[in-house]
Design a protein around this ligand. Sequence first.
Ligand SMILES: CCCCC/C=C\C/C=C\C/C=C/C(=O)SCCNC(=O)CCNC(=O)[C@H](O)C(C)(C)COP(=O)(O)OP(=O)(O)OC[C@H]1O[C@@H](n2cnc3c(N)ncnc32)[C@H](O)[C@@H]1OP(=O)(O)O
Length: 281
Amino acid sequence: MFPLRLLRTARRVLPAKSLSTTGQLTDLTVDNEGIATLTLQRAPVNSLNVELLQELTTVLGQVEKDKAKGLVLTSASPSVFSAGLDITEMYNPNVERLTALWTSLQDLWATLYSAPYPTAVAINGHAPAGGCMMALCCEYRTMVSGRYTIGLNETAVGIPVPEWLIGTMCKVISQREAEVALNAGLMFTVEEALKVGLIDETATDKADAIEKSKKFIKRFDKISPIAHSLTKQRFRSDVLQPFAKNREADLNQFKYVVLQPEVQELLGQIIQKLKQKKAAK
Ligand SMILES: CCCCC/C=C\C/C=C\C/C=C/C(=O)SCCNC(=O)CCNC(=O)[C@H](O)C(C)(C)COP(=O)(O)OP(=O)(O)OC[C@H]1O[C@@H](n2cnc3c(N)ncnc32)[C@H](O)[C@@H]1OP(=O)(O)O
């Protein structure tokens, strides 16, 4: 049996104003064709803390409920799509908050990865770790050309990559490319990302990236929503189903790893480095 939420029967085209909302950390607008644009706006780098993760999942639920034609994800920052998980949430953490952080990340991944509507991302800047994760969940990736990087660098910050995220990456680039990159926490330049297929096309700027993303969403105008959502589900179910069974173990492993003294030391060093970099600017 398929989860009921995947049986998407019709898309509604509502006037822009009826669906648009602005949360504190995100902005949702819907154009006249019914395409939703969700913008991350947690300055300065859209790092994913508990509140941003939860707000994103709530807004995605609203996009689904309102039957938008599709979703474009982007960021309000001029040079960063998202810096990934908020490192300060993992350093000397309160364990309850650490639990909420990982549970909220799991919720966001599961909701975006299994979204029954078409999804595209306009990556307008750096997209390390959790930033790359959100991009990988979408069905189409456009990235603005420039000196930006994208990739899953978790091992570089002392965190092993969970199986569901490895699975998500291996659906997009070859297992060989993924293994080489993830084991060493390598980041890709825009050109490298295009070459390995991590992104689908480049864009000249954010407006161009959004336009290209919308063009992708419009490909589904003549496709039955049920045919689209069930086919998407079938492609992704081998990653989604084991994840659903192992959520608790995944959470426990994350907490165990993050609380190791050597990981705490590494996170402290990264925070220091980021501070020094800022001071040197
Ligand atoms: C089975 C086992 C389970 C365990 C599995 C666990 C995890 C795996 C999977 C996925 C989850 C995701 C994990 C993560 O996302 S970890 C986070 C990794 N992120 C990074 O390493 C990015 C670090 N940041 C940067 O590289 C750069 O900031 C940037 C994004 C390239 C942007 O550079 P720019 O020059 O534009 O800005 P600054 O560097 O000057 O930064 C400005 C400002 O933002 C602060 N900041 C940057 N990144 C973060 C961050 N990730 N969290 C919190 N804060 C961040 C930085 O300190 C500056 O702050 P200031 O107060 O000085 O203004």
